[in-house]
Design a protein around this ligand. Sequence first.
Ligand SMILES: [Ca+2]
Ligand SMILES: [Ca+2]
Length: 236
Amino acid sequence: MCEFNATPAWIMLYLGRPRYPNTRMKKILLLALATSFALLNAAQAIPFISVVRPASWTLANQGQINFDSSLPSGVFISTNGDQYTGVRDGSLGLNPGISAPPPGDTSNYYTVGAYGTATFSFTSTQDSLSFLWGSIDAYNVLQFSLGDGPITTILGSQIPDFAGLQTADGAARVTFTNLLFDHVTFSNSPNIYAFEFDDINTTAVSVPDGGSTLTLLGLALTGIAVARRKMSALVA
Ligand SMILES: [Ca+2]
Ligand SMILES: [Ca+2]
């Protein structure tokens, strides 16, 4: 298993640039910025990525979303593209130049073709995504977003131990955590074939007030208001 956590460069650059001569004011600004970053970090989804390659796969009807049975409640798929984007029977084997079933997968799997996208939407906010990604291609694109909020994009080439193979060594169960999202889009960039996957699991966030976005927004606004009050007290 490997783990990876991206570090946003912008905050490091900002922290390295003293813009205010007043040391106390600068500390408060940095504290406010760090607080905002901590709040936004959860919303913007800087995910941890774990990769597992088991010795063998058991796939038929595995996972909450497996393309062999109906979608669970609260999950919707919207797709566009040509006829090569959608569910494919793994027992048909390789579709040359179009798609390859994940190694050992003779059940239905999903493939996104050229100029295709598949968006999985959830009626509740999720905080993890796990699926069999095979074969992982450098140009496969995964986009997470929460409401109309920021989008986090992960490329196949960013997956630890990326191999670019259609063998078992090129597939993996990939799990993303440390993020919040309510829809995730699978696509390719540039627009070529193929992003194949199966056996999707997610976990839902439990939010008592029914809206994590509103909760995070409220916390962020509160943090900013506190920081502004402290700044006003300083200059008064
Ligand atoms: Ca399946
Ligand atoms: Ca592939």
